[in-house]
Design a protein around this ligand. Structure first.
Ligand code: GLN
Length: 454
């Protein structure tokens, strides 16, 4: 813990941490020492971790990287961070992210962007987003592991950009209680780690049924680490032909082929599969996620949480709402609220929101059919490129940024587990990731395949 705190202090330029809590960390580290001495060490006893700023942490700022939550102190701890604490993990502080987890580059954060520790010619690169601080912190050895959340790729894409492992569990595997809601039917917490084995250990500590989250599944949590057999002989790995998108760089395609070869060499059978509705995933996601966000973010009204704008003489409650939300939300969040409100409005609801929900069902069925045919996991690239430069994407056209999520969003729409594993370097020496998608609730089997790629 002391070594990590020193590393965090020395790495301020990365902007990975939004709030550091050294006293609390040292106190928990001492408690971990005592537990170990007493023969009562939890599965993550004494492991220094970072917690994404989207998780509510008691007594510690929890701001979702937004101005509108300035000064907010949560009266309770999120279930996931409480379980990690109870497993012995030592929280070092809160990690930078995109505002309300909306973004793919960490540039929408009120704290300013996190920076990727990987560099090319001194160009500052994004660590990805929205869990960019988590990915940067793990990649730069500021902590041994971190929590992330993934609504459309926010664990897997930053993992791919930083050469780390990022696992989005099956929807419902981890409790969402105390995680600031973005799109409730898609949000899921997961581990961001250096290795697949670490992800297995950490997922077990994070997962489990929570009676306070009605969407959390009442299923036993297996010992994922014990399921790492190293033996994937006979497993069927699907390669979805619709993911071979026009314009995907050759080196991403080559990486994908190499990954398939590695799995084949380990005894897996590689099969060509079809997920015919893939091309509709991104547009459906960018209707459903903003719709849910516009509803979830209605609670930030200047009364109950955080920031309230200074008012002028004669301002009433409507002016208070308007000024607070105008000053408290950043541009991307406002864009999502506007799109979401529009697609939910009378007259457009059927044309956009209901249509998107139908598409979502078709996407889910695509995956179900493939799994029914005996496919155990699906292999795809994690991202269409390596990390890009800060300030380089999405400035004039936000859709340019959205396109980054093309390989990750279908997995959230279908509620499936997905993992990004570091799989090599591009020509410039930057990390690239491959994604594996598994059957619902079979994170253990997914991690087992993922370890072969590592
Ligand atoms: N980049 C996607 C978005 O901006 C996904 C974000 C996420 O998974 N939280 O919505």
């Amino acid at each position: 813990t002391e070594a990590c705190l020193a590393a965090v202090e020395g790495a301020g330029a990365l902007g990975a941490f939004a709030h550091v809590t050294p006293e609390l960390a040292l106190e928990r580290a001492r408690a971990a020492d005592a537990a170990r001495a007493g023969g009562d060490a939890g599965p993550m006893c004494g492991i220094p971790v970072g917690i994404k700023d989207l998780f509510c942490t008691e007594g510690v700022a929890s701001q979702a990287a937004s101005r509108i939550l300035e000064g907010f102190r949560s009266p309770y701890e999120s279930t996931v961070s409480a379980q990690l604490r109870d497993a012995g993990a030592v929280m070092l502080g809160k990690l930078n992210m995109d505002e309300f987890a909306m973004g793919s580059s960490n540039e929408t954060s009120v704290y300013g962007p996190a920076v990727n520790p990987w560099k090319v010619d001194d160009r500052s690169l994004t660590p990805g987003g929205s869990s960019g601080g988590s990915a940067a912190a793990v990649a730069a050895d500021l902590c041994l592991a971190a929590t992330g959340t993934d609504t459309g790729g926010s664990i897997r894409q930053p993992a791919a950009f930083t050469g780390t492992v990022g696992l989005k569990p099956t929807y419902g595997r981890c409790s969402r209680l105390g995680i600031v809601a973005f799109a409730s039917s898609l949000d899921q917490a997961g581990p961001m780690t250096k290795t697949v084995r670490d992800a297995a250990i950490m997922l077990r500590a994070m997962a489990g049924h929570d009676p306070k989250d009605s969407t959390s599944a009442d299923l036993p949590v297996p010992d994922f680490e014990a399921m790492l057999s190293g033996d994937i002989r006979g497993k069927r790995i699907g390669i979805p032909r619709e993911y071979r998108l026009e314009g995907t760089p050759d080196e991403i395609l080559a990486l994908w082929d190499r990954g398939a070869e590695m799995l084949r060499d380990a005894g897996a059978e590689i099969v060509d599969i079809s997920l015919p509705h893939t091309r509709y995933a991104l547009p459906a996601y960018y209707v459903i996620a903003p719709a849910e966000a516009s509803s979830n973010l209605a609670r930030y009204d200047g009364v109950r949480y955080g920031y309230r704008a200074p008012l002028s003489q004669g301002d009433g409650i409507v002016e208070m709402y308007e000024k607070t939300r105008a000053e408290g939300f950043g541009a991307e969040v406002k864009r999502r609220v506007m799109v979401g409100t529009y697609v939910l409005s009378a007259g457009f609801y059927d044309a956009y929101y209901n249509r998107a929900r139908k598409v979502r069902t078709l996407i889910k069925r695509d995956f179900e059919q493939v799994f029914d045919q005996g496919v155990d996991a699906i292999l795809t690239p994690a991202t269409p490129s390596a990390a890009f430069g800060l300030g380089e994407k999405g400035q004039a056209d936000p859709v340019e940024m959205y396109l980054n999520d093309v390989f990750t969003v279908p997995v959230n729409l279908a509620g499936l587990p997905g993992i990004s594993v570091p799989a090599g370097l591009d020509r410039q020496g930057l990390p690239l990731g491959l994604q594996l998608v598994g059957r619902p609730w079979e994170e253990g089997a997914l991690l087992d395949v993922a370890e072969v790629l590592e």
